[in-house]
Design a binder for this molecule. Structure first.
Ligand code: SF4
Ligand code: FES
Length: 247
């Protein structure tokens, strides 16, 4: 199949951006959007140009590196699917595919499709970890967790940290991401005494970097990990709990 590909090119954070348009022929419906970019880059380099810069790593829907906007939607047209798994069979032969970077205040453009998503990492570094006493392995049943609690923690741990929720939000809020992390960690007794301080540190960091949540819901619509909108309720819940319980 043959596609017309419009790709955002920008030299740096302060550079003026523009779309570069090329016809890419001979692509297969089973190929991913990232493979389309690989083909696009082959055409660019063959004609003496600079390849478009974009991020990818696992290409298996695990790492969250592949943050791009395809035809106006973070990751692409298919729901619950990261860009590396978006197949070209979503497009008709001869269609135009427009590929842009995530656009959000906390994500300055580094070059072309690559944006700085370190603000997400800083939220995690502030408190998205637990301290575990090293040494002999504890008894398997030393910390009892119900099946439902373990399921809840695992469901919210599915967040791959791609940041699409922020890019989709008109406020640039990270509450879906933050709520998923807080819901995941607050469910586990590892150790529960850190729950309040951990939440406060993450909330403070997120308040500095991201916008407020007004429950638009676009975040959950584009989330490739299917994190439900209810995750944002954990932000206020943990904020309130940390304020009252203190720890
Ligand atoms: S909540 Fe979803 S969209 Fe947001 S960072 Fe996690 S996986 Fe990506
Ligand atoms: S490249 Fe890792 S999730 Fe897409």
């Amino acid at each position: 199949m043959k596609l017309t590909v419009r790709v955002w090119r920008q030299d740096g954070p302060l550079g003026e951006g523009r779309f570069d348009t090329r016809e890419v022929d001979g692509v297969e419906p089973s190929m991913s959007v990232l493979e389309l970019l690989d083909r696009y880059n082959h055409e660019v380099v063959t004609s003496g140009g600079e390849p478009v810069v974009f991020e990818s790593d696992c290409r298996e829907g695990i790492c969250g590196a592949c943050g791009i906007v395809v035809n106006g939607r973070p990751h692409g047209p298919v729901k619950r699917t990261p860009a590396c798994h978006q197949r070209l069979n979503s497009f008709d032969d001869g269609a135009t595919v427009t590929i842009e970077p995530f656009r959000a205040g906390p994500y300055p453009i580094i070059r072309d499709l690559m944006v700085e998503r370190g603000a997400l990492t800083e939220v995690l570094q502030a408190g998205g970890h637990v301290h575990v006493a090293a040494g002999t392995a504890p008894d398997a049943d030393a910390d009892r967790i119900t099946f439902d609690t373990a399921e809840q923690a695992l469901d919210f741990a599915a967040c791959i940290g791609c940041g699409a929720c922020v890019a989709a939000c008109p406020n640039g809020s990270a509450n879906l991401y933050l709520g998923a992390k807080l819901a995941h960690l607050s469910a586990l007794p590892i150790p529960a005494s850190e729950r309040g301080s951990r939440a406060r540190a993450m909330l403070n960091e997120a308040d500095l970097m991201f916008g407020p949540c007004s429950l638009h819901g676009e975040c959950a619509e584009v989330c490739p990990a299917d994190i439900p909108l209810v995750a944002v309720s954990y932000v206020n819940r943990e904020r309130l709990r940390a304020g009252i319980a203190g720890s």
